[in-house]
Design a protein around this ligand. Structure first.
Ligand code: NAD
Length: 285
């Protein structure tokens, strides 16, 4: 199970970041979005970001050109047929991901590994949509993928040792640090992080303190690089709500019940940086 060609499905915050990481590491990447214009726009954005890295002296021109040459933007899922590894990074919705794994299983060659970048959803549920549950695992990158070094490798009860070893080798080739996690809602990081973020929203909603004071307190008091509301806006409030709902769904522990204000924010389409407004307003920045 050696990986040379990698497919990335989904061109949102994470799909585009993963594409950059994987292409920079020297793999051929097929980036698939549902619309060709979105796939092309993602590559155009990446081109701009790489140009800025060249200007700052963080990347040389030859590396930039080689990275871009390795990326092919497509809309047809069939273009992933020859990929050795496909990393799915579409919306955090189990029904959408299940359908995608069913489609990927039909499109991708038998030996290919199918991985999900899900933050919390059960990997085994996706594995069982395929005829290769031994070759399905989680490869969970962190946001922003080009900066964050951690990747959680999630082993479903069906995942083979060979698939885990191949995923680990791939992650190391990407220059990232893998850790192993059981297929349990939230894996390691999100199981610890999201109850904290959810409690911060409850604290704001019950007027214990202001948004700014809570963010300041956690940065200055705990030395966290970002406050909870800055982090929620970076992650995306819709994705955050889905993560918390999954933790609650699995545990049925009321401690994990999503904060009411978080639901209201998502209903109002204040999803964070990606929509220009979340707990903070980014439209004027
Ligand atoms: N945002 C984070 O901080 C973060 C970190 C790690 C993992 N993740 C996970 O990565 C995945 C993607 O999250 P994101 O933050 O990039 O979200 P995003 O909202 O930025 O992008 C979602 C992508 O899914 C696509 N999509 C939406 N509905 C779809 C459908 N019905 N069929 C196919 N594609 C569809 C969108 O077009 C978009 O490309 C999720 O599973 C999320 O849990 C997110």
């Amino acid at each position: 199970m050696s990986v040379e060609r990698v497919g990335v499905v989904g061109s949102g915050i994470m799909g585009s970041g993963i594409t950059e990481v994987v292409a920079k590491a020297g793999f051929e990447v097929v980036l698939r979005s549902r619309a060709q214009e979105t796939a092309d726009a993602t590559v155009a954005k990446l081109e701009k970001s790489l140009a800025r890295q060249v200007e700052k002296g963080k990347l040389d021109e030859a590396e930039r050109d080689a990275t871009l040459d390795r990326i092919r933007a497509v809309s047809d899922l069939g273009e992933l047929a020859e990929c050795d590894l496909v990393i799915e990074s579409v919306v955090e919705d189990l029904a959408v991901k299940k359908k995608l794994f069913d489609d990927l299983d039909r499109v991708c060659y038998d030996g290919a590994i199918l991985a999900t970048n899900t933050s919390t959803l059960p990997v085994v549920a996706l594995a069982m949509e395929t005829a290769r549950p031994d070759r399905v695992c989680g490869i969970h990158f962190f946001n922003p993928a080009p900066m964050m070094t951690l990747v959680e490798i999630v082993r479903a009860i069906t995942t083979s040792d060979e698939a885990v070893a191949a995923a680990r080798a791939f992650v190391e080739q990407c220059g990232k640090s893998p850790v192993d996690a059981k297929d349990q809602a939230g894996f390691i990081v999100n199981a610890l992080l999201f109850p904290y973020l959810n409690n911060a929203v409850r604290m704001l909603d019950t007027e214990v303190a202001t948004r700014d004071d809570i963010d300041t307190a956690m940065k200055s008091g705990c030395n966290f690089p970002m406050g909870p509301f800055e982090l929620l806006d970076l992650v995306g409030l819709d994705t955050s709500l889905s993560v918390i709902e999954s933790l609650y769904e699995e545990s049925k522990d009321s401690h994990y019940a999503p904060a009411r204000l978080l639901r209201r924010m998502v209903a109002a389409e204040r999803l964070g940086r990606k929509t220009g407004r979340g707990f903070y307003d980014y439209s004027k920045k």
